[in-house]
Design a protein around this ligand. Structure first.
Ligand code: SF4
Length: 441
């Protein structure tokens, strides 16, 4: 039996899908990239994004049409609002939260429209470990050299534009023993890059104060293990919240070479009024103090951010504060989004006051600042030697693509001997807005 999985959303959804694949594979099913060949069709989606919702509706209507001529089982999981669950259940055979995933084999057995005898037999042969807790499911990693390790689920911050606390629930930290075990297993298989994943990764452990490691202690434990490895891995984390970005986290990062010198610190807005309306629980000065500490203790670190333009009530003067903040913090990368109301989020009940055209103009203006600051940083790297993780040949096949430790895209001339996952030394020879040119040393 074959399954097809459509993943729409962020790294968290991608990580969820790796665990779903593992469950199906352990049931003896195999993945197909062709919808037409599959008997089980699933979507892992972020149902709070309208674009994703539209895609989900398109797909399920098509699949339900196909059900007239063949037996199919359809399911939906990911970040789903409770209110949406009932609506989607009319269209999908199964709709479940990711934390219910471990019970997927039972759900298929009980509710699936496709429950041939052969499937029931397979269900009886499912190893017990796939029935357990979601985190204990061994994922089917997408890559042979880089992997996500979920360390926490849910969020307590309630930013007004976001529905995650309603779709994934409150913050829950994964036991550190499990995280360290998953890390050890990745290391023994030669993985080069590991990214710790969570909605609010640096508030790790706060829900289990006194009984669990704090985030900097977890980083330290992982770094101590990483330093023993031949492949000298890079450890990343995403996304931290400025409120929980303590000096201790930055100090631990400075101490261990294996903690990659790249920080993604969402700013969202450079204006205190807008930050207040977003319920971000920090102001620009708090954020500035963190960046100053990063620059002092991690001078080589690259800095990434997320920014929303056109949040309800954002006037030109508020936007200008975001623009000035972007100039001041000199980001290497910024994920700039035009505000759109997310169903379930508090701000979706507010008037969307900024026109689409102004949002686009603001996005364009911030992108220009990003290209300038990132380009200047890249220029300063020319002549330096650095490590590059090879990710594969370019689309045209004439270059080799990769990333630096700071997650900056880098290219070298074609080299047939290199393959994805190799780590090589290169000398930087050129710089563009968001990427670097180099030659192999
Ligand atoms: S945007 Fe805010 S509410 Fe949403 S996951 Fe991040 S910290 Fe939590």
């Amino acid at each position: 039996m074959k399954y097809y999985l459509l993943v729409l959303g962020c790294q968290m959804n991608l990580s969820d899908s790796e665990r779903i694949k593992s469950i199906f594979n352990s049931m003896g099913f195999s993945e197909t990239q062709e919808e037409k060949d599959a008997q089980i069709l699933g979507v892992v989606a972020c149902s709070v994004r309208q674009k994703a919702i539209d895609k989900v509706f398109n797909r399920i209507h098509k699949w339900n049409q196909q059900k007239k001529t063949k037996n199919l089982l359809t399911f939906l999981t990911g970040c789903i609002l409770e209110d949406d669950k009932k609506k989607f259940l009319k269209l999908f055979d199964l709709v479940f939260q990711t934390k219910e995933m471990a019970a997927l084999p039972e759900m298929i057995g009980q509710y699936g429209v496709v429950t041939p005898a052969s499937l029931k037999n397979q269900l009886q042969q499912i190893p017990q470990e796939t029935q357990g807790d979601f985190w204990q499911i061994n994922p089917e990693y997408q890559s042979k050299y880089e992997a996500y390790i979920p360390i926490q689920n849910g969020c307590n911050k309630f930013c007004t534009y976001c529905a995650v606390p309603y779709t994934r629930g409150r913050e829950e930290s994964r036991p550190s023993g499990e995280i360290l075990d998953e890390f050890d297993s990745l290391m023994s298989r030669g993985f080069h890059n590991v990214t710790l994943l969570g909605q609010n990764v640096n508030s790790y452990g706060l829900d289990k104060k006194g009984t669990e490691l704090t985030f900097p202690h977890l980083l330290e434990q992982l770094a101590l293990r990483a330093e023993q490895q031949k492949q000298k891995p890079w450890i990343y984390f995403t996304s931290p919240h400025p409120r929980d970005m303590t000096d201790e986290v930055i100090e631990v990062m400075a101490k261990y070479p294996s903690l990659a010198k790249q920080i993604h610190l969402p700013l969202q807005s450079g204006d205190d009024k807008i930050l207040g309306d977003m319920n971000r629980s920090h102001n620009l000065q708090d954020y500035r103090r963190i960046v100053e500490t990063i620059r002092k203790k991690l001078p080589q670190a690259t800095l990434f951010t997320d920014i929303i333009v056109g949040f309800p009530g954002e006037e030109e003067e508020h936007f200008m504060n975001s623009l000035r903040a972007m100039e001041e913090f000199e980001y290497n990368m910024a994920f700039i989004a035009c505000y759109s109301p997310r169903p379930g989020a508090k701000s979706s009940r507010w008037e969307d006051t900024v026109s689409q055209q102004i949002k686009k103009e603001r996005l364009h203006r911030l992108t220009e600042v990003l290209m300038k600051t990132s380009g200047q940083w890249n220029q300063r790297q020319i002549g330096r030697e650095t490590q590059m993780l090879v990710t594969g040949p370019s689309r045209k096949g004439d270059r080799i693509n990769g990333r630096t430790e700071g997650m900056v895209n880098i290219q070298i001339p074609m080299d047939q001997h290199l393959q994805a996952g190799d780590r090589i030394s290169v000398e930087i020879t050129g710089a563009m807005g968001l990427s670097l040119e180099a030659v192999k040393k």
